[in-house]
Design a protein around this ligand. Structure first.
Ligand code: SF4
Length: 360
Protein backbone atom coordinates (compact mmCIF):
# COMPACT_ATOMS: atom_id res chain seq x y z
CA UNK A 1 0.00 0.00 0.00
CA UNK A 2 1.52 3.41 -0.89
CA UNK A 3 2.38 5.57 2.09
CA UNK A 4 0.24 8.66 2.67
CA UNK A 5 2.54 11.63 2.02
CA UNK A 6 2.23 15.38 2.14
CA UNK A 7 4.18 18.04 0.27
CA UNK A 8 6.98 19.72 2.23
CA UNK A 9 6.85 23.45 2.72
CA UNK A 10 8.76 25.50 0.12
CA UNK A 11 9.05 29.14 1.20
CA UNK A 12 8.81 31.82 -1.46
CA UNK A 13 11.34 34.04 0.28
CA UNK A 14 14.47 33.19 2.26
CA UNK A 15 16.24 35.97 4.14
CA UNK A 16 19.73 35.52 5.58
CA UNK A 17 21.02 38.11 8.02
CA UNK A 18 24.63 39.25 7.85
CA UNK A 19 25.46 37.53 11.14
CA UNK A 20 23.76 34.32 10.05
CA UNK A 21 25.76 34.28 6.82
CA UNK A 22 28.95 33.86 8.88
CA UNK A 23 27.75 30.73 10.70
CA UNK A 24 29.02 27.33 9.58
CA UNK A 25 25.51 25.77 9.56
CA UNK A 26 24.29 28.35 7.05
CA UNK A 27 25.95 26.65 4.06
CA UNK A 28 23.97 23.50 4.79
CA UNK A 29 20.71 25.44 5.05
CA UNK A 30 21.39 27.26 1.79
CA UNK A 31 22.17 23.98 0.07
CA UNK A 32 18.82 22.61 1.22
CA UNK A 33 16.96 25.79 0.30
CA UNK A 34 18.41 25.63 -3.21
CA UNK A 35 17.55 21.93 -3.51
CA UNK A 36 13.96 22.77 -2.51
CA UNK A 37 13.77 25.13 -5.49
CA UNK A 38 13.59 28.49 -3.68
CA UNK A 39 14.45 31.30 -6.12
CA UNK A 40 14.29 34.32 -3.85
CA UNK A 41 17.20 34.03 -1.41
CA UNK A 42 18.37 37.40 -0.09
CA UNK A 43 21.59 37.94 1.84
CA UNK A 44 20.94 41.03 3.97
CA UNK A 45 23.58 43.64 4.67
CA UNK A 46 22.52 43.89 8.32
CA UNK A 47 20.82 41.85 11.00
CA UNK A 48 17.39 43.47 11.03
CA UNK A 49 14.50 41.93 9.14
CA UNK A 50 12.68 44.86 7.60
CA UNK A 51 9.59 45.30 5.46
CA UNK A 52 7.70 42.50 7.20
CA UNK A 53 4.78 44.70 8.26
CA UNK A 54 4.01 46.42 4.97
CA UNK A 55 0.50 46.03 3.59
CA UNK A 56 -2.82 44.87 5.03
CA UNK A 57 -3.07 42.40 7.90
CA UNK A 58 -3.87 39.65 5.38
CA UNK A 59 -0.89 40.52 3.22
CA UNK A 60 1.46 40.65 6.19
CA UNK A 61 0.26 37.26 7.40
CA UNK A 62 0.42 35.63 3.94
CA UNK A 63 3.92 36.95 3.24
CA UNK A 64 5.16 35.93 6.68
CA UNK A 65 3.94 32.35 6.24
CA UNK A 66 5.88 32.15 2.97
CA UNK A 67 9.12 33.44 4.48
CA UNK A 68 12.00 31.65 6.13
CA UNK A 69 14.61 33.83 7.82
CA UNK A 70 17.98 32.54 8.86
CA UNK A 71 19.09 34.50 11.90
CA UNK A 72 21.47 34.21 14.83
CA UNK A 73 19.71 33.34 18.08
CA UNK A 74 20.44 35.96 20.74
CA UNK A 75 21.90 34.80 24.08
CA UNK A 76 18.46 35.10 25.73
CA UNK A 77 17.06 32.55 23.26
CA UNK A 78 19.96 30.16 23.69
CA UNK A 79 19.83 29.75 27.45
CA UNK A 80 17.73 26.63 28.18
CA UNK A 81 14.52 27.47 30.05
CA UNK A 82 12.53 25.12 32.32
CA UNK A 83 9.48 23.81 30.52
CA UNK A 84 7.26 21.67 32.74
CA UNK A 85 5.35 19.44 32.26
CA UNK A 86 6.71 18.66 28.80
CA UNK A 87 10.42 18.34 29.62
CA UNK A 88 13.16 19.59 31.91
CA UNK A 89 14.46 22.23 29.54
CA UNK A 90 13.52 23.96 26.35
CA UNK A 91 15.94 24.28 23.41
CA UNK A 92 14.79 26.23 20.35
CA UNK A 93 16.11 25.35 16.90
CA UNK A 94 13.77 27.91 15.35
CA UNK A 95 10.90 30.23 16.15
CA UNK A 96 7.75 30.14 14.04
CA UNK A 97 6.07 27.58 11.83
CA UNK A 98 4.81 27.55 8.25
CA UNK A 99 1.51 25.78 9.01
CA UNK A 100 -1.86 27.48 9.49
CA UNK A 101 -3.48 25.97 12.57
CA UNK A 102 -6.35 28.21 13.56
CA UNK A 103 -5.74 27.55 17.25
CA UNK A 104 -1.94 27.89 16.91
CA UNK A 105 -0.40 27.89 20.36
CA UNK A 106 2.36 30.18 19.12
CA UNK A 107 -0.16 33.02 18.73
CA UNK A 108 0.18 33.90 22.38
CA UNK A 109 3.96 33.79 22.49
CA UNK A 110 5.30 35.18 19.22
CA UNK A 111 5.31 38.87 18.49
CA UNK A 112 5.06 40.45 15.07
CA UNK A 113 4.37 38.80 11.72
CA UNK A 114 4.52 34.99 11.96
CA UNK A 115 7.59 34.33 9.84
CA UNK A 116 9.73 31.29 10.56
CA UNK A 117 13.13 32.18 11.97
CA UNK A 118 15.63 29.32 11.90
CA UNK A 119 18.70 29.70 14.06
CA UNK A 120 21.97 29.59 12.16
CA UNK A 121 24.23 29.39 15.23
CA UNK A 122 23.35 25.77 15.79
CA UNK A 123 26.48 24.95 17.80
CA UNK A 124 25.59 27.67 20.32
CA UNK A 125 21.97 26.54 20.51
CA UNK A 126 22.86 22.89 21.09
CA UNK A 127 25.62 23.72 23.57
CA UNK A 128 22.85 24.32 26.12
CA UNK A 129 22.21 20.59 26.18
CA UNK A 130 25.69 20.01 27.55
CA UNK A 131 25.65 22.86 30.05
CA UNK A 132 22.34 21.72 31.58
CA UNK A 133 22.84 17.95 31.57
CA UNK A 134 22.02 16.56 34.99
CA UNK A 135 20.40 19.80 36.14
CA UNK A 136 16.82 19.92 37.28
CA UNK A 137 14.24 17.21 36.88
CA UNK A 138 11.36 19.66 36.75
CA UNK A 139 8.98 17.59 34.65
CA UNK A 140 5.90 15.97 36.03
CA UNK A 141 5.74 12.26 35.30
CA UNK A 142 9.39 12.04 36.29
CA UNK A 143 8.96 8.49 37.56
CA UNK A 144 7.87 7.37 34.11
CA UNK A 145 10.82 8.96 32.39
CA UNK A 146 13.67 8.84 34.86
CA UNK A 147 15.46 6.51 32.44
CA UNK A 148 15.55 9.30 29.86
CA UNK A 149 17.92 11.47 31.91
CA UNK A 150 17.68 15.24 31.50
CA UNK A 151 15.09 15.94 28.81
CA UNK A 152 15.08 18.76 26.26
CA UNK A 153 11.97 19.84 24.37
CA UNK A 154 12.63 21.07 20.83
CA UNK A 155 9.10 22.02 19.76
CA UNK A 156 8.06 24.84 22.06
CA UNK A 157 8.33 27.58 19.45
CA UNK A 158 8.33 25.69 16.17
CA UNK A 159 7.47 22.41 14.52
CA UNK A 160 11.04 21.21 13.95
CA UNK A 161 10.08 18.47 11.48
CA UNK A 162 8.02 20.88 9.38
CA UNK A 163 11.15 22.82 8.43
CA UNK A 164 13.74 20.06 8.74
CA UNK A 165 14.09 19.54 4.99
CA UNK A 166 15.28 23.18 4.84
CA UNK A 167 17.44 23.35 7.95
CA UNK A 168 18.83 19.91 8.86
CA UNK A 169 19.01 21.20 12.45
CA UNK A 170 16.84 18.49 13.97
CA UNK A 171 18.91 15.69 12.44
CA UNK A 172 22.09 17.29 13.71
CA UNK A 173 20.66 17.53 17.22
CA UNK A 174 19.43 13.93 17.14
CA UNK A 175 22.77 12.68 15.84
CA UNK A 176 24.84 14.58 18.40
CA UNK A 177 22.72 13.46 21.34
CA UNK A 178 22.51 9.93 19.96
CA UNK A 179 26.29 9.61 19.73
CA UNK A 180 26.90 10.99 23.21
CA UNK A 181 28.24 14.42 22.28
CA UNK A 182 26.63 15.85 25.44
CA UNK A 183 26.99 12.80 27.68
CA UNK A 184 24.95 9.66 28.09
CA UNK A 185 22.22 10.97 30.33
CA UNK A 186 20.36 13.42 28.10
CA UNK A 187 17.51 12.98 25.67
CA UNK A 188 15.52 15.02 23.18
CA UNK A 189 11.81 15.31 22.64
CA UNK A 190 9.82 16.97 19.93
CA UNK A 191 6.29 16.87 18.66
CA UNK A 192 5.12 17.41 15.11
CA UNK A 193 2.20 17.60 12.74
CA UNK A 194 4.38 16.62 9.79
CA UNK A 195 5.40 13.27 8.32
CA UNK A 196 8.73 13.74 6.50
CA UNK A 197 10.76 11.33 8.63
CA UNK A 198 12.90 9.64 5.95
CA UNK A 199 16.10 11.43 6.99
CA UNK A 200 15.54 10.58 10.67
CA UNK A 201 15.28 6.85 10.07
CA UNK A 202 18.96 6.40 9.25
CA UNK A 203 20.42 8.54 12.05
CA UNK A 204 22.47 7.13 14.95
CA UNK A 205 19.79 8.30 17.41
CA UNK A 206 20.82 5.93 20.21
CA UNK A 207 17.16 5.77 21.33
CA UNK A 208 17.76 9.15 22.96
CA UNK A 209 15.08 11.03 21.04
CA UNK A 210 11.35 10.70 21.53
CA UNK A 211 9.29 11.83 18.57
CA UNK A 212 5.67 12.48 19.37
CA UNK A 213 3.05 13.21 16.78
CA UNK A 214 0.41 15.80 17.51
CA UNK A 215 -2.94 14.20 16.79
CA UNK A 216 -6.54 15.20 16.96
CA UNK A 217 -10.08 14.11 16.21
CA UNK A 218 -10.87 14.02 12.50
CA UNK A 219 -13.16 17.02 12.69
CA UNK A 220 -10.66 19.18 14.55
CA UNK A 221 -7.68 18.27 12.36
CA UNK A 222 -9.70 18.61 9.17
CA UNK A 223 -11.12 22.03 10.01
CA UNK A 224 -8.37 23.77 11.86
CA UNK A 225 -4.93 22.38 10.89
CA UNK A 226 -4.14 23.93 7.50
CA UNK A 227 -0.77 23.26 5.92
CA UNK A 228 0.04 20.20 8.04
CA UNK A 229 0.35 16.54 7.07
CA UNK A 230 -2.88 14.52 7.21
CA UNK A 231 -3.42 12.64 10.47
CA UNK A 232 -3.06 9.16 8.84
CA UNK A 233 0.31 10.28 7.42
CA UNK A 234 1.46 11.42 10.87
CA UNK A 235 0.49 8.04 12.34
CA UNK A 236 2.36 6.24 9.57
CA UNK A 237 5.40 8.46 10.26
CA UNK A 238 5.19 7.52 13.93
CA UNK A 239 5.14 3.86 13.03
CA UNK A 240 8.20 4.26 10.83
CA UNK A 241 10.31 6.04 13.46
CA UNK A 242 9.19 3.52 16.08
CA UNK A 243 10.32 0.69 13.78
CA UNK A 244 13.65 2.54 13.44
CA UNK A 245 14.02 2.24 17.22
CA UNK A 246 13.02 5.72 18.35
CA UNK A 247 10.99 6.27 21.47
CA UNK A 248 7.67 7.68 20.41
CA UNK A 249 4.63 9.42 21.80
CA UNK A 250 1.29 11.04 21.18
CA UNK A 251 0.51 14.66 21.88
CA UNK A 252 -3.25 14.63 21.69
CA UNK A 253 -3.96 18.34 21.41
CA UNK A 254 -5.83 20.53 21.57
CA UNK A 255 -8.67 18.28 22.68
CA UNK A 256 -12.09 19.78 21.93
CA UNK A 257 -15.49 18.36 22.94
CA UNK A 258 -16.85 18.54 19.40
CA UNK A 259 -19.98 16.65 18.39
CA UNK A 260 -19.32 12.92 18.85
CA UNK A 261 -15.91 13.55 20.39
CA UNK A 262 -15.79 10.18 22.17
CA UNK A 263 -16.24 8.26 18.90
CA UNK A 264 -13.77 10.45 17.06
CA UNK A 265 -11.01 10.22 19.65
CA UNK A 266 -11.68 6.48 20.07
CA UNK A 267 -11.18 5.99 16.32
CA UNK A 268 -7.94 7.97 16.55
CA UNK A 269 -6.56 5.85 19.40
CA UNK A 270 -7.58 2.67 17.60
CA UNK A 271 -5.75 3.80 14.46
CA UNK A 272 -2.61 4.39 16.52
CA UNK A 273 -2.97 1.00 18.24
CA UNK A 274 -3.26 -0.76 14.88
CA UNK A 275 -0.30 1.11 13.40
CA UNK A 276 2.01 0.29 16.31
CA UNK A 277 0.78 -3.22 17.09
CA UNK A 278 3.79 -5.06 15.63
CA UNK A 279 6.56 -2.61 16.64
CA UNK A 280 9.17 -4.46 18.72
CA UNK A 281 10.34 -2.85 21.99
CA UNK A 282 7.74 -0.11 21.64
CA UNK A 283 8.23 2.79 24.07
CA UNK A 284 5.09 4.90 23.70
CA UNK A 285 3.92 7.72 25.97
CA UNK A 286 0.88 9.98 25.76
CA UNK A 287 0.18 13.60 26.65
CA UNK A 288 -3.26 15.19 26.49
CA UNK A 289 -3.82 18.94 26.31
CA UNK A 290 -7.27 20.50 26.17
CA UNK A 291 -7.96 23.60 24.13
CA UNK A 292 -7.41 26.91 25.85
CA UNK A 293 -6.81 30.49 24.83
CA UNK A 294 -5.80 33.79 26.36
CA UNK A 295 -7.18 37.23 25.56
CA UNK A 296 -3.94 37.93 23.70
CA UNK A 297 -3.87 34.71 21.67
CA UNK A 298 -7.55 35.12 20.80
CA UNK A 299 -6.94 38.58 19.43
CA UNK A 300 -3.95 37.45 17.36
CA UNK A 301 -5.78 34.39 16.02
CA UNK A 302 -8.82 36.42 15.03
CA UNK A 303 -6.48 38.74 13.16
CA UNK A 304 -4.85 35.82 11.34
CA UNK A 305 -8.08 33.84 10.77
CA UNK A 306 -10.98 36.33 10.84
CA UNK A 307 -13.52 33.79 9.56
CA UNK A 308 -12.51 30.96 11.87
CA UNK A 309 -15.22 28.72 13.32
CA UNK A 310 -13.00 27.92 16.27
CA UNK A 311 -14.89 28.46 19.50
CA UNK A 312 -13.08 31.12 21.55
CA UNK A 313 -16.02 32.41 23.57
CA UNK A 314 -15.06 33.55 27.08
CA UNK A 315 -18.69 33.26 28.23
CA UNK A 316 -18.71 29.45 27.87
CA UNK A 317 -15.25 28.98 29.41
CA UNK A 318 -13.73 29.14 32.85
CA UNK A 319 -11.07 31.76 33.51
CA UNK A 320 -7.91 30.51 35.20
CA UNK A 321 -5.30 32.89 36.48
CA UNK A 322 -1.61 32.03 36.59
CA UNK A 323 0.95 33.19 39.12
CA UNK A 324 2.08 35.99 36.82
CA UNK A 325 -1.40 37.52 36.71
CA UNK A 326 -2.28 36.26 33.22
CA UNK A 327 -5.63 34.68 32.37
CA UNK A 328 -6.38 31.67 30.24
CA UNK A 329 -9.78 30.34 29.29
CA UNK A 330 -10.28 26.60 29.69
CA UNK A 331 -13.35 24.36 29.49
CA UNK A 332 -15.65 24.38 32.53
CA UNK A 333 -14.91 21.95 35.35
CA UNK A 334 -17.68 19.44 34.44
CA UNK A 335 -16.46 19.21 30.83
CA UNK A 336 -12.86 18.83 31.96
CA UNK A 337 -13.78 16.11 34.45
CA UNK A 338 -15.77 14.21 31.85
CA UNK A 339 -13.04 14.43 29.21
CA UNK A 340 -10.26 13.55 31.64
CA UNK A 341 -12.13 10.48 32.85
CA UNK A 342 -12.86 9.38 29.32
CA UNK A 343 -9.28 9.80 28.10
CA UNK A 344 -7.79 8.09 31.13
CA UNK A 345 -10.00 5.04 30.59
CA UNK A 346 -9.75 5.03 26.81
CA UNK A 347 -5.96 5.27 26.80
CA UNK A 348 -5.65 2.46 29.35
CA UNK A 349 -8.00 0.26 27.33
CA UNK A 350 -6.83 1.04 23.82
CA UNK A 351 -3.12 1.72 24.29
CA UNK A 352 -2.19 -0.33 27.37
CA UNK A 353 1.43 0.10 28.35
CA UNK A 354 1.55 3.72 27.15
CA UNK A 355 1.72 5.94 30.25
CA UNK A 356 -0.26 9.18 30.28
CA UNK A 357 2.49 11.66 31.24
CA UNK A 358 0.13 14.53 31.89
CA UNK A 359 -3.33 15.89 31.28
CA UNK A 360 -3.89 19.58 31.18
FE1 SF4 B 1 1.13 26.39 15.25
FE2 SF4 B 1 1.94 23.83 15.66
FE3 SF4 B 1 0.13 24.38 13.82
FE4 SF4 B 1 2.65 25.13 13.44
S1 SF4 B 1 1.89 23.01 13.55
S2 SF4 B 1 0.81 26.38 13.02
S3 SF4 B 1 3.25 25.66 15.55
S4 SF4 B 1 -0.09 24.66 16.07
Amino acid sequence: MPRPMSRPWVPEHVLVTAAAAEQPHTAEVLRRVEAAGVDDVRLLSGNRLTGLTEGSEREVYARAKKTLALVVAPPSAIKPQPIPPSADWRIDLAKGCPAHCQYCYLAGSLTGPPITRAYANLDDVLAGIGTHAGRGAVTSGTAERGHEGTTYELSCYTDPLGIEHLTGSLAEAVRRVGTGAYGDDVSLRFTTKFDAVDDLLVLPHGRRTRMRVSLNAEEVAGRFEGGTSPVPARIEALRRVALAGYRVGLTIAPVMPVEGWQEQYAALLDAVGTALADVPDLDLTTEVITHRFTPGSREVLLGWYPRTKLEMDESVRTAKRNKFGGTKYVYPRETMTEMRGWFTDALAARLPGAPLLYWT
